[in-house]
Design a protein around this ligand. Structure first.
Ligand code: CA
Length: 233
């Protein structure tokens, strides 16, 4: 059971999401406005496990809700909803802090799969054989537990979202190699490698904040100019 905040101004979509998520055993709260969503996310004791966030909202947009949540240090997984084929919106939604996306109209199975993916914390579900991949890795002073989606850092425990863990895993798997943004976009987000986006870079900023002693002088996830990133343990 998870506590899910659904931010959607179209009533029939909101009710449909609520019905199906409750049928899966989750506790669902509906919110139709961006400013309301922002307030709910900022209240410290809310305890949300997941936010489903429509981007096109009256007043404060979903982009702004995501941006504020991330700026406030919120680590809750965010699943963004976008209109079909609007790649620019989808990419911007990911850049502002979304972890995954779903285009409307969506199939119920697809929605539930995305929700399960973002809520999953106990088991890695990577496409490659998990047994060949280390479940735990030391990176500097921090220990990453891929099986639990957690990092033990000297400053405390951090929970990773599915996409954060996926990106870190993709980098660790090719330790020492320069990996292009396009390869990471395709492998981690399932986007075309030529999609014009800074989403990889914004996720790298997040990972550096978790792992680097000084995120402005990274030693573990280093930039390779004009190419992408290289991971060094
Ligand atoms: Ca809308």
């Amino acid at each position: 059971m998870a506590r899910i905040l659904v931010v959607e101004d179209e009533d029939h979509i909101a009710r449909g999401l609520q019905f199906n998520l409750e049928a899966e055993g989750h506790e669902v709260t509906l919110e139709a406005s961006g400013s309301g969503a922002s307030e709910r996310l900022e209240s410290a004791d809310a305890g949300w496990d997941l936010v489903i966030l429509d981007l096109m909202l009256p007043g404060m947009s979903g982009f702004e809700v995501a941006r504020r949540a991330r700026a406030a240090g919120t680590l809750i997984p965010i699943l963004i909803l976008t209109a079909k084929d609007d790649t620019r919106d989808l990419v911007r939604g990911l850049e502002e802090g979304g972890d995954d996306y779903l285009t409307k109209p969506f199939e119920l199975d697809e929605l539930l799969a995305r929700v399960r993916g973002l809520l999953r914390r106990r088991r890695w579900d990577g496409a490659e054989s998990p047994s060949l991949f280390p479940r735990e890795v030391w990176i500097g002073e921090s220990q990453v537990h891929f099986d639990r989606f957690e990092i033990d850092t000297p400053r405390g425990k951090i929970s990773l979202t599915t996409r954060e863990a996926g990106l870190l895993r993709a980098l660790v798997a090719r330790e020492g190699e320069a990996v292009t943004r396009g390869e990471l976009l395709e492998e981690v987000w399932g986007l075309r490698p030529d999609t014009r986006t800074r989403v990889v870079d914004s996720f790298v900023v997040r990972l550096r904040r978790y792992l680097e002693r000084d995120p402005s002088h990274p030693r573990h996830i280093v930039s390779v100019r004009g190419h992408g990133y290289r991971f060094l343990r």
